[in-house]
Design a protein around this ligand. Structure first.
Ligand code: ZN
Length: 425
């Protein structure tokens, strides 16, 4: 990686603060104009929109992106070669290779279609600089040991970095006990991992298997549930669990020092498609992504807006939370039409019933619900009656509920609430 570019991005973001919404919007418009000029010049798909304003561009989603992959991207890579390359990288777990100097990733996501995404090296460096700017508490000259749990960029544990910033990568597909043991030996000032891995590390701390004291704990890749957040905070003895809400489509939100998630409106322009008074689906335009332009791209995530100004003074939209995938909204038979229930309300049926640490609630295609949790008969009854109450309040027919032992496949993202099939009502 080019240290210079990381440093440059770091400086650019470190000292950029938009406390004035109008200034932020003016900045976005300037960046958009320049970016749209680039995209309509370089991308065949967008060529006909030359000179148009953003609102004239089509809203696209993953399906449309993949259908028009060849003409959207600006680096002349076709879909078949990208997919083949990405699948091969996953299979061999060698992620260092590049196709025409471009990193190709596979986004399986939770929805049905498989997608490929392209990221240029310079874009990766900008991303590293951006993260550094957000989370290095003592500036770039401080000394840091960063432990990064991820679908690693190779099978092997890796250690890279400069004199003062050291990155250690842990592959989450490798043996987690060994990873945790190694983490215990290495220690970490900044720990970056998905909630399911953070929970395992927290459990190891509680059992006194390891003794580490990261100053900053950052949650990535999965939805961080409130109760899990509290558990992790307690075990690590920190007051804030930072979050980066990121997907293959870019880095969309990060927490400020008060732990509030803010949309990164200084790098992405976000239109909001409201589904109720505070929940919305983001439609994003990323003015940093050049190899695979992301223009009015509709995600299937539901975000919950936080009203009021954050004490940090940022004018970037504050979020209460990431609710989850739109695909994970439960669907039931109502009196006349289908009734949609957000994951948050499903989750509450468990929380209101009692103190249950590990659970998963899955709705299947036939509408029925499976609850994976290690609970006794009495608790099962309590949970069921919470669901009955919810069905009465929201006027839907409660389908069959079945209880199973708690299982969680660590090769998949941890999701407490999930819909696995297309419910037809
Ligand atoms: Zn804030």
């Amino acid at each position: 990686m080019s240290k210079l570019r990381i440093l440059f991005t770091y400086l650019r973001f470190r000292h950029r603060r938009f406390s004035d919404r109008q200034k932020l919007e003016a900045y976005q418009q300037k960046k958009l104009k320049k970016h749209l000029a680039f995209v309509t010049e370089k991308s065949e798909f967008y060529r006909k929109y030359k000179g148009h304003r953003l609102k004239d561009f089509p809203i696209i989603d993953k399906g449309i992106m993949m259908e028009n992959f060849d003409t959207i991207n600006t680096v002349g890579i076709n879909k078949d070669e990208a997919l083949e390359f990405a699948v091969n990288a996953e299979r061999t777990r060698e992620f260092d290779d590049k196709l025409k100097n471009i990193t190709v990733g596979l986004s399986s996501g939770t929805s049905h279609s498989r997608g490929a995404f392209l990221v240029e090296k310079t874009e990766t460096e900008k991303w590293a600089g951006f993260v550094l700017a957000k989370f290095l508490s003592h500036g770039i000259l401080g000394k840091y040991r960063v432990a990064f749990f991820m679908r690693a960029n190779s099978n092997l544990y890796q250690s890279v970095g400069s004199n003062n910033i050291r990155f250690e990568f842990y592959d989450i597909y490798a043996d987690m006990d060994k990873n945790i043991e190694k983490l215990g030996k290495n220690g970490a000032d900044i720990l970056v991992a998905q909630p399911s891995a953070l929970l395992m590390i927290a459990a190891a701390i509680d059992k006194k298997k390891i003794d580490i004291h990261p100053e900053t704990v950052i949650s990535i890749a999965e939805v961080l549930e409130k109760e899990d957040e509290e558990r992790i905070k307690k075990s690590f003895g920190v007051s804030v669990i930072h979050q980066v809400y990121q997907c293959t489509e870019g880095c969309l939100a990060a927490t400020c020092k008060y732990g509030t998630l803010h949309l990164n409106e200084d790098i992405v322009f976000i239109e909001k498609e409201y589904v109720d008074e505070k929940r919305f689906i983001p439609i994003i335009t990323d003015f940093e992504r050049t190899s695979q332009p992301i223009i009015r791209y509709r995600l299937n995530d539901v975000l919950v807006e936080k009203k009021g100004k954050c004490p940090c003074g940022s004018s970037c939209t504050a979020l209460e939370k990431i609710e989850g995938r739109e695909d994970d909204i439960f669907i039931f038979h109502g009196d006349e039409k289908e009734v949609k229930i957000f994951p948050d309300f499903i989750r509450r049926c468990i929380l209101f019933a009692g103190n249950i640490r590990d659970y998963r609630i899955v709705q299947q295609a036939d509408e029925s619900i499976i609850i994976y949790a290690d609970v006794d008969e009495q608790m099962k009854e309590k949970i069921t009656s919470e669901f009955k109450k919810l069905a009465e309040d929201d006027h839907f027919e409660l389908p069959k509920i079945r209880f199973e032992k708690y299982i969680y496949d660590k090769n998949r993202k941890l999701k407490r609430v999930e819909r696995t099939g297309d419910v037809k009502v």
